[in-house]
Design a protein around this ligand. Structure first.
Ligand code: MLT
Length: 391
Protein backbone atom coordinates (compact mmCIF):
# COMPACT_ATOMS: atom_id res chain seq x y z
CA UNK A 1 0.00 0.00 0.00
CA UNK A 2 1.40 3.39 -0.96
CA UNK A 3 0.28 6.58 0.74
CA UNK A 4 -0.43 9.89 -0.97
CA UNK A 5 3.02 11.44 -0.69
CA UNK A 6 1.63 14.88 -1.44
CA UNK A 7 -0.22 14.74 1.89
CA UNK A 8 3.19 14.41 3.57
CA UNK A 9 4.32 17.70 2.02
CA UNK A 10 2.05 19.65 4.39
CA UNK A 11 3.24 21.36 7.57
CA UNK A 12 2.89 18.91 10.42
CA UNK A 13 -0.02 20.80 11.99
CA UNK A 14 -2.97 22.61 10.44
CA UNK A 15 -2.60 26.30 11.42
CA UNK A 16 -5.49 26.34 13.88
CA UNK A 17 -4.30 23.10 15.48
CA UNK A 18 -0.88 24.69 16.11
CA UNK A 19 -2.53 27.79 17.61
CA UNK A 20 -4.74 25.56 19.80
CA UNK A 21 -1.65 23.61 20.93
CA UNK A 22 0.12 26.80 22.05
CA UNK A 23 -3.05 27.99 23.84
CA UNK A 24 -3.28 24.66 25.71
CA UNK A 25 0.37 25.00 26.75
CA UNK A 26 -0.33 28.54 28.03
CA UNK A 27 -3.34 27.27 30.01
CA UNK A 28 -1.30 24.42 31.47
CA UNK A 29 1.11 27.00 32.92
CA UNK A 30 -1.69 28.11 35.30
CA UNK A 31 -0.49 31.70 35.48
CA UNK A 32 -3.93 32.85 36.65
CA UNK A 33 -4.22 34.99 33.50
CA UNK A 34 -7.58 34.74 31.77
CA UNK A 35 -7.49 33.46 28.18
CA UNK A 36 -8.92 36.08 25.80
CA UNK A 37 -9.55 33.99 22.71
CA UNK A 38 -9.71 35.91 19.43
CA UNK A 39 -7.95 33.27 17.36
CA UNK A 40 -10.02 30.80 15.31
CA UNK A 41 -13.04 32.39 13.66
CA UNK A 42 -15.59 30.42 15.65
CA UNK A 43 -18.88 32.02 16.62
CA UNK A 44 -19.85 32.47 20.29
CA UNK A 45 -23.46 33.72 20.05
CA UNK A 46 -26.10 31.01 20.54
CA UNK A 47 -28.36 30.19 17.59
CA UNK A 48 -31.40 32.43 17.21
CA UNK A 49 -34.49 30.89 18.86
CA UNK A 50 -36.49 31.07 15.64
CA UNK A 51 -33.88 28.71 14.14
CA UNK A 52 -33.73 26.22 16.99
CA UNK A 53 -37.56 26.20 17.11
CA UNK A 54 -37.53 25.20 13.44
CA UNK A 55 -35.02 22.42 14.19
CA UNK A 56 -37.32 21.13 16.94
CA UNK A 57 -40.33 21.19 14.61
CA UNK A 58 -38.33 19.34 11.95
CA UNK A 59 -37.20 16.78 14.53
CA UNK A 60 -40.84 16.26 15.49
CA UNK A 61 -41.65 15.58 11.80
CA UNK A 62 -39.14 12.74 11.89
CA UNK A 63 -41.12 10.97 14.62
CA UNK A 64 -44.29 10.53 12.51
CA UNK A 65 -44.69 8.14 9.59
CA UNK A 66 -46.51 10.76 7.49
CA UNK A 67 -43.77 13.40 7.81
CA UNK A 68 -40.69 11.20 8.27
CA UNK A 69 -37.76 11.77 5.86
CA UNK A 70 -35.11 9.24 4.83
CA UNK A 71 -32.41 10.00 2.25
CA UNK A 72 -32.87 13.46 0.80
CA UNK A 73 -32.47 14.85 -2.73
CA UNK A 74 -28.86 14.57 -3.99
CA UNK A 75 -28.47 18.31 -4.51
CA UNK A 76 -30.26 19.31 -1.32
CA UNK A 77 -33.96 19.86 -0.68
CA UNK A 78 -35.78 22.08 -3.19
CA UNK A 79 -37.22 24.28 -0.40
CA UNK A 80 -33.68 25.23 0.70
CA UNK A 81 -32.26 25.67 -2.81
CA UNK A 82 -35.22 27.95 -3.62
CA UNK A 83 -34.56 29.93 -0.42
CA UNK A 84 -30.88 30.39 -1.36
CA UNK A 85 -31.83 31.48 -4.90
CA UNK A 86 -34.30 34.01 -3.43
CA UNK A 87 -31.53 35.31 -1.14
CA UNK A 88 -29.32 35.99 -4.20
CA UNK A 89 -32.26 37.68 -5.91
CA UNK A 90 -32.52 40.15 -3.01
CA UNK A 91 -29.00 41.27 -4.00
CA UNK A 92 -30.16 41.55 -7.61
CA UNK A 93 -28.40 38.32 -8.66
CA UNK A 94 -30.19 35.73 -10.79
CA UNK A 95 -29.16 32.21 -9.75
CA UNK A 96 -31.19 29.22 -10.82
CA UNK A 97 -32.00 26.95 -7.86
CA UNK A 98 -31.01 24.04 -10.13
CA UNK A 99 -27.40 25.32 -9.99
CA UNK A 100 -27.22 25.26 -6.16
CA UNK A 101 -25.83 22.28 -4.25
CA UNK A 102 -26.41 22.07 -0.48
CA UNK A 103 -23.55 20.69 1.61
CA UNK A 104 -22.20 20.50 5.14
CA UNK A 105 -20.06 23.63 4.78
CA UNK A 106 -17.62 25.68 2.76
CA UNK A 107 -14.43 24.03 4.01
CA UNK A 108 -15.65 20.56 3.00
CA UNK A 109 -16.80 21.79 -0.43
CA UNK A 110 -13.48 23.56 -1.02
CA UNK A 111 -11.64 20.30 -0.36
CA UNK A 112 -14.12 18.04 -2.16
CA UNK A 113 -14.19 20.16 -5.33
CA UNK A 114 -10.57 19.07 -5.86
CA UNK A 115 -12.02 15.73 -7.05
CA UNK A 116 -13.11 17.48 -10.27
CA UNK A 117 -9.73 18.81 -11.35
CA UNK A 118 -6.70 17.04 -12.81
CA UNK A 119 -3.53 17.13 -10.72
CA UNK A 120 -1.82 18.76 -13.71
CA UNK A 121 -3.21 22.25 -13.06
CA UNK A 122 -1.57 25.41 -11.76
CA UNK A 123 -3.37 26.95 -8.82
CA UNK A 124 -3.10 30.69 -8.19
CA UNK A 125 -3.57 31.68 -4.57
CA UNK A 126 -3.55 35.06 -2.89
CA UNK A 127 -0.92 35.25 -0.15
CA UNK A 128 -1.88 35.45 2.73
CA UNK A 129 -4.72 33.00 2.29
CA UNK A 130 -7.16 30.71 4.14
CA UNK A 131 -4.92 27.63 4.62
CA UNK A 132 -7.53 25.20 3.27
CA UNK A 133 -6.97 26.40 -0.34
CA UNK A 134 -3.25 25.76 -0.12
CA UNK A 135 -3.38 22.53 1.87
CA UNK A 136 -6.00 20.89 -0.36
CA UNK A 137 -4.12 21.91 -3.53
CA UNK A 138 -0.88 20.45 -2.19
CA UNK A 139 -2.60 17.23 -1.06
CA UNK A 140 -3.95 16.84 -4.60
CA UNK A 141 -0.44 17.28 -6.04
CA UNK A 142 -1.06 20.57 -7.90
CA UNK A 143 1.45 23.33 -8.63
CA UNK A 144 0.77 26.43 -6.58
CA UNK A 145 1.77 29.99 -7.45
CA UNK A 146 1.04 33.07 -5.36
CA UNK A 147 -0.10 36.60 -5.82
CA UNK A 148 1.05 38.71 -2.90
CA UNK A 149 -1.22 40.86 -0.77
CA UNK A 150 0.79 43.74 0.66
CA UNK A 151 0.25 46.86 2.71
CA UNK A 152 0.65 48.81 -0.55
CA UNK A 153 -2.14 46.99 -2.43
CA UNK A 154 -4.38 46.91 0.66
CA UNK A 155 -4.03 43.08 0.75
CA UNK A 156 -6.06 42.91 -2.46
CA UNK A 157 -3.69 41.36 -5.03
CA UNK A 158 -4.68 41.92 -8.65
CA UNK A 159 -4.13 39.65 -11.68
CA UNK A 160 -0.86 39.71 -13.59
CA UNK A 161 -0.94 38.44 -17.18
CA UNK A 162 2.64 37.23 -16.95
CA UNK A 163 1.41 34.57 -14.47
CA UNK A 164 -0.38 31.52 -15.93
CA UNK A 165 -3.07 29.84 -13.89
CA UNK A 166 -5.78 27.20 -14.35
CA UNK A 167 -7.55 27.47 -10.99
CA UNK A 168 -7.82 30.74 -9.05
CA UNK A 169 -9.04 30.99 -5.45
CA UNK A 170 -10.51 34.31 -4.31
CA UNK A 171 -12.02 35.10 -0.92
CA UNK A 172 -13.88 38.37 -0.47
CA UNK A 173 -14.47 39.62 2.20
CA UNK A 174 -11.10 38.12 2.84
CA UNK A 175 -10.04 35.65 5.45
CA UNK A 176 -7.56 36.51 6.99
CA UNK A 177 -7.16 40.21 6.11
CA UNK A 178 -10.77 41.43 6.14
CA UNK A 179 -10.10 43.32 2.85
CA UNK A 180 -12.92 43.35 0.28
CA UNK A 181 -12.64 43.56 -3.52
CA UNK A 182 -14.63 46.25 -5.33
CA UNK A 183 -16.84 45.36 -8.28
CA UNK A 184 -14.22 46.80 -10.68
CA UNK A 185 -11.46 44.70 -9.13
CA UNK A 186 -13.52 41.51 -9.37
CA UNK A 187 -14.30 42.38 -12.99
CA UNK A 188 -10.52 42.43 -13.63
CA UNK A 189 -10.22 38.96 -12.10
CA UNK A 190 -13.08 37.64 -14.24
CA UNK A 191 -11.47 39.12 -17.39
CA UNK A 192 -8.11 37.55 -16.44
CA UNK A 193 -9.72 34.14 -15.79
CA UNK A 194 -11.33 34.24 -19.22
CA UNK A 195 -8.03 35.14 -20.91
CA UNK A 196 -6.37 32.26 -19.09
CA UNK A 197 -9.31 29.86 -19.63
CA UNK A 198 -9.11 29.39 -15.86
CA UNK A 199 -11.74 28.63 -13.23
CA UNK A 200 -12.33 30.96 -10.26
CA UNK A 201 -13.34 29.37 -6.95
CA UNK A 202 -14.98 32.29 -5.18
CA UNK A 203 -15.36 31.92 -1.41
CA UNK A 204 -18.13 34.25 -0.24
CA UNK A 205 -18.43 32.91 3.32
CA UNK A 206 -18.24 36.39 4.87
CA UNK A 207 -20.47 38.32 2.43
CA UNK A 208 -23.18 38.93 5.05
CA UNK A 209 -20.69 41.14 6.96
CA UNK A 210 -20.43 43.69 4.14
CA UNK A 211 -21.70 47.13 5.27
CA UNK A 212 -20.68 49.29 2.33
CA UNK A 213 -23.54 49.09 -0.20
CA UNK A 214 -21.10 49.60 -3.10
CA UNK A 215 -19.20 46.38 -2.42
CA UNK A 216 -20.14 43.16 -4.24
CA UNK A 217 -21.53 40.18 -2.28
CA UNK A 218 -21.10 37.60 -5.01
CA UNK A 219 -18.86 36.93 -8.02
CA UNK A 220 -22.06 36.63 -10.05
CA UNK A 221 -22.53 40.39 -9.76
CA UNK A 222 -19.84 40.50 -12.43
CA UNK A 223 -21.12 39.87 -15.97
CA UNK A 224 -19.51 36.80 -17.49
CA UNK A 225 -18.68 35.13 -14.15
CA UNK A 226 -21.23 32.39 -14.87
CA UNK A 227 -18.86 30.97 -17.49
CA UNK A 228 -15.68 31.03 -15.38
CA UNK A 229 -16.56 30.93 -11.66
CA UNK A 230 -18.20 28.80 -9.07
CA UNK A 231 -19.10 30.19 -5.67
CA UNK A 232 -18.94 28.63 -2.24
CA UNK A 233 -20.84 29.96 0.78
CA UNK A 234 -21.97 28.76 4.17
CA UNK A 235 -24.20 29.54 7.12
CA UNK A 236 -21.33 29.13 9.60
CA UNK A 237 -20.63 32.83 9.90
CA UNK A 238 -23.93 34.21 8.60
CA UNK A 239 -26.10 32.31 11.07
CA UNK A 240 -23.75 30.79 13.66
CA UNK A 241 -23.80 27.30 12.08
CA UNK A 242 -20.14 26.36 12.77
CA UNK A 243 -21.33 23.46 14.93
CA UNK A 244 -24.50 22.80 12.92
CA UNK A 245 -22.92 22.48 9.45
CA UNK A 246 -24.65 23.72 6.33
CA UNK A 247 -23.28 25.43 3.23
CA UNK A 248 -23.77 25.56 -0.51
CA UNK A 249 -21.90 25.78 -3.78
CA UNK A 250 -23.24 27.38 -6.95
CA UNK A 251 -22.07 25.45 -10.01
CA UNK A 252 -23.72 27.07 -13.03
CA UNK A 253 -24.58 24.79 -15.95
CA UNK A 254 -22.84 27.38 -18.13
CA UNK A 255 -19.44 26.28 -16.74
CA UNK A 256 -17.75 24.15 -19.40
CA UNK A 257 -14.10 23.18 -19.14
CA UNK A 258 -12.09 20.67 -21.13
CA UNK A 259 -15.28 19.53 -22.90
CA UNK A 260 -17.07 18.74 -19.64
CA UNK A 261 -19.84 20.28 -17.55
CA UNK A 262 -18.57 21.02 -14.03
CA UNK A 263 -22.20 21.02 -12.89
CA UNK A 264 -22.75 17.45 -14.09
CA UNK A 265 -19.40 16.34 -12.65
CA UNK A 266 -20.20 17.88 -9.25
CA UNK A 267 -23.68 16.30 -9.26
CA UNK A 268 -22.10 12.91 -9.97
CA UNK A 269 -19.46 13.41 -7.28
CA UNK A 270 -22.04 14.45 -4.66
CA UNK A 271 -24.37 11.57 -5.56
CA UNK A 272 -21.48 9.13 -5.11
CA UNK A 273 -19.73 10.47 -2.00
CA UNK A 274 -22.35 12.47 -0.06
CA UNK A 275 -25.71 11.47 1.33
CA UNK A 276 -26.93 14.97 2.00
CA UNK A 277 -27.18 17.45 4.81
CA UNK A 278 -29.64 16.33 7.46
CA UNK A 279 -33.30 17.24 6.81
CA UNK A 280 -33.48 18.89 10.25
CA UNK A 281 -30.53 21.14 9.45
CA UNK A 282 -31.85 22.00 5.99
CA UNK A 283 -35.15 23.08 7.56
CA UNK A 284 -33.25 25.30 10.05
CA UNK A 285 -31.15 26.69 7.18
CA UNK A 286 -34.23 27.60 5.16
CA UNK A 287 -35.53 29.52 8.19
CA UNK A 288 -32.37 31.67 8.11
CA UNK A 289 -33.43 33.04 4.72
CA UNK A 290 -36.91 34.12 5.83
CA UNK A 291 -37.43 37.80 6.70
CA UNK A 292 -37.59 37.03 10.46
CA UNK A 293 -34.56 34.73 10.13
CA UNK A 294 -32.52 37.48 8.46
CA UNK A 295 -33.48 39.99 11.16
CA UNK A 296 -32.40 37.51 13.85
CA UNK A 297 -29.04 36.62 12.29
CA UNK A 298 -28.23 40.24 11.49
CA UNK A 299 -28.51 41.06 15.21
CA UNK A 300 -25.60 38.69 15.82
CA UNK A 301 -23.70 39.98 12.78
CA UNK A 302 -24.08 43.53 14.19
CA UNK A 303 -22.80 42.30 17.54
CA UNK A 304 -19.66 40.82 15.95
CA UNK A 305 -19.10 43.91 13.83
CA UNK A 306 -19.29 46.07 16.95
CA UNK A 307 -16.57 43.80 18.40
CA UNK A 308 -14.46 44.50 15.32
CA UNK A 309 -14.97 48.25 15.80
CA UNK A 310 -13.88 48.01 19.45
CA UNK A 311 -10.72 46.12 18.48
CA UNK A 312 -9.88 48.57 15.71
CA UNK A 313 -10.43 51.57 18.00
CA UNK A 314 -8.05 50.05 20.55
CA UNK A 315 -5.38 49.51 17.88
CA UNK A 316 -5.84 53.08 16.63
CA UNK A 317 -5.39 54.37 20.17
CA UNK A 318 -2.16 52.43 20.45
CA UNK A 319 -1.02 53.84 17.07
CA UNK A 320 -1.02 50.36 15.50
CA UNK A 321 -1.83 49.99 11.82
CA UNK A 322 -4.65 47.61 10.88
CA UNK A 323 -6.86 46.72 7.92
CA UNK A 324 -10.19 44.88 7.72
CA UNK A 325 -12.87 44.93 10.40
CA UNK A 326 -15.15 47.31 8.48
CA UNK A 327 -16.86 44.93 6.07
CA UNK A 328 -15.55 41.69 7.54
CA UNK A 329 -15.29 40.05 10.95
CA UNK A 330 -11.47 39.92 10.88
CA UNK A 331 -9.05 42.65 11.96
CA UNK A 332 -5.58 42.31 10.46
CA UNK A 333 -2.96 44.20 12.45
CA UNK A 334 0.66 45.02 11.79
CA UNK A 335 2.82 43.69 14.63
CA UNK A 336 4.54 46.59 16.42
CA UNK A 337 8.35 47.01 16.25
CA UNK A 338 8.56 44.85 13.12
CA UNK A 339 7.96 41.81 15.30
CA UNK A 340 7.73 38.36 13.73
CA UNK A 341 4.11 37.03 13.68
CA UNK A 342 4.71 33.99 15.94
CA UNK A 343 6.92 35.99 18.34
CA UNK A 344 4.22 38.65 18.69
CA UNK A 345 1.52 35.95 19.05
CA UNK A 346 3.49 34.42 21.94
CA UNK A 347 4.10 37.85 23.50
CA UNK A 348 0.38 38.78 23.46
CA UNK A 349 -0.60 35.37 24.80
CA UNK A 350 1.93 35.27 27.63
CA UNK A 351 1.70 38.96 28.62
CA UNK A 352 -2.06 39.55 28.42
CA UNK A 353 -3.64 36.15 27.74
CA UNK A 354 -4.76 37.41 24.31
CA UNK A 355 -4.81 34.76 21.56
CA UNK A 356 -4.83 35.95 17.93
CA UNK A 357 -3.68 34.04 14.85
CA UNK A 358 -0.17 34.72 13.49
CA UNK A 359 -0.36 36.26 10.02
CA UNK A 360 2.54 34.17 8.70
CA UNK A 361 0.40 31.06 9.32
CA UNK A 362 -1.71 32.24 6.35
CA UNK A 363 1.33 32.57 4.08
CA UNK A 364 4.71 34.25 3.82
CA UNK A 365 3.12 37.61 2.93
CA UNK A 366 1.42 37.55 6.35
CA UNK A 367 4.78 37.72 8.13
CA UNK A 368 4.77 40.62 10.61
CA UNK A 369 0.95 40.65 10.84
CA UNK A 370 -1.57 39.10 13.21
CA UNK A 371 -5.29 38.38 12.78
CA UNK A 372 -8.01 38.98 15.37
CA UNK A 373 -11.36 37.29 14.99
CA UNK A 374 -14.26 39.44 16.17
CA UNK A 375 -16.39 36.36 16.93
CA UNK A 376 -15.52 36.46 20.65
CA UNK A 377 -17.89 37.53 23.41
CA UNK A 378 -18.18 41.27 24.10
CA UNK A 379 -16.58 40.74 27.50
CA UNK A 380 -13.53 39.04 25.97
CA UNK A 381 -13.21 41.69 23.27
CA UNK A 382 -13.45 44.58 25.74
CA UNK A 383 -10.82 43.07 28.03
CA UNK A 384 -8.49 42.41 25.10
CA UNK A 385 -9.11 45.90 23.69
CA UNK A 386 -8.18 47.50 27.01
CA UNK A 387 -4.80 45.71 26.95
CA UNK A 388 -4.21 46.39 23.25
CA UNK A 389 -4.93 50.13 23.61
CA UNK A 390 -2.22 50.63 26.21
CA UNK A 391 0.42 48.12 25.17
C1 MLT B 1 -10.85 30.82 10.62
O1 MLT B 1 -10.55 31.07 11.77
O2 MLT B 1 -10.18 31.20 9.66
C2 MLT B 1 -12.08 30.04 10.38
O3 MLT B 1 -12.57 29.48 11.52
C3 MLT B 1 -11.80 29.03 9.42
C4 MLT B 1 -12.97 28.26 9.00
O4 MLT B 1 -14.07 28.82 8.86
O5 MLT B 1 -12.77 27.08 8.77
Amino acid sequence: MKVNHHALELEQNYLFSEVAKRIRAFQAENTGKELLKLSIGDVTRPLAKIITDEMKAAAEDMSHAETFHGYGAEQGEAFLRDAVAAYYKKHGIEIDAADIFISDGAKCDLGNLCDLFDADNTVLLPNPVYPVYYDTSIMAGRRVVFSAGTKENGFLPMPDDSVSADIIYLCSPNNPTGAVYSREQLAEWVAYAKRQNALILFDAAYESYIRDPKLPHSIYEIPGAETCALEINSLSKMAGFTGVRCGWTVVPRTLQFDGASLHDMWFRRMATKYNGTSYIIQRAAAKVFTDEGQIAVHKDIDYYMENARILKDALNQAGINSVGGENAPYVWMECPDNADSWAYFDRLLHTYGIAGTPGVGFGTAGQGWLRFSSFGTRETVEKAAAFLAKQ
